[in-house]
Write a protein that binds this ligand. Structure first.
Ligand SMILES: O=C(O)c1ccccc1NCC(=O)[C@H](O)[C@H](O)COP(=O)(O)O
Length: 210
């Protein structure tokens, strides 16, 4: 099974095109003002138009208010809404019912117990994104977590791996966890929020070679 690739935190046409050309299956836009990858809706809508059929646009949100989430959805029509804040299963189920789009729940994986607690999201989202626990930001911190926490875990729903992934460590991450989808952001940047075309290409190549 080919590992799927999400390049997250894109903000320019050049890097969006590079991610798509390099074979990313998912491209992420962060709409969260505290992030160095924050993109305004107007600019996000322009990038949305560069995403072809077959590549999924992921809108990354953090505890967004309902009305504003609806406005963002209308502006971007993302294929996936990623919840990266403290959104509850009830809230996510409501969104999924109302907006009828694929939803992902990001979870900071610090201990094995989190994998059990994750079952509460089984019926209210389509995928669990295991990331490093929140630090200065809810996500996008460029920090890996203990991948061996996932060894022996029997997935009860689709899942993905994030947190500190780079072209140099992603093969080991896949070998350790068997992740069906890998998600990277900071590790593909030369400065906070500045994605590198070369690092995007190298990451996608490293996943394909893993
Ligand atoms: O990327 C951000 O700045 C961000 C800010 C707030 C919430 C989520 C954010 N990113 C979500 C992602 O899916 C990242 O790709 C994921 O956390 C991995 O990031 P990194 O460790 O930098 O590769």
């Amino acid at each position: 099974m080919t590992t799927q690739i999400k390049i997250c935190g894109l903000s320019t046409p050049e890097t969006m095109d590079a991610a798509i050309d390099a074979g990313a299956t998912h491209v992420g836009l962060v709409h969260y003002e505290k992030s160095p990858r924050h993109i305004e809706l107007e600019d996000a809508a322009k990038l949305r138009r560069r995403v072809p059929e077959g590549v999924k646009l992921v809108l990354v949100t953090v505890a967004m208010q309902p009305q504003y989430l609806a406005r963002c959805y209308e502006a971007l029509r993302p294929d996936v809404i990623q919840f990266h804040g403290s959104e509850t299963p009830e809230w996510m189920a409501l969104v999924r019912k109302t907006i009828k789009t694929e939803t992902w729940r990001a979870l900071g994986l610090r201990e094995a117990a989190t994998l059990e607690r994750a079952r509460q999201f089984e019926d209210c989202c389509d995928l669990l994104l295991f990331d490093a626990p929140a630090k200065s930001l809810p996500g996008g911190n460029g920090v890996s977590f203990q991948w061996d926490l996932l060894q022996g875990w029997e997935p009860f729903m689709p899942w993905a791996l994030a947190g500190g992934l780079t072209p140099d460590n992603v093969a080991a991450a896949i070998a350790t966890t068997g992740a069906p989808l890998v998600d990277a952001s900071s590790g593909l940047e030369t400065a906070p929020g500045e994605k590198s075309v070369d690092l995007i290409r190298a990451f996608c190549e490293a996943v394909r070679s893993a």
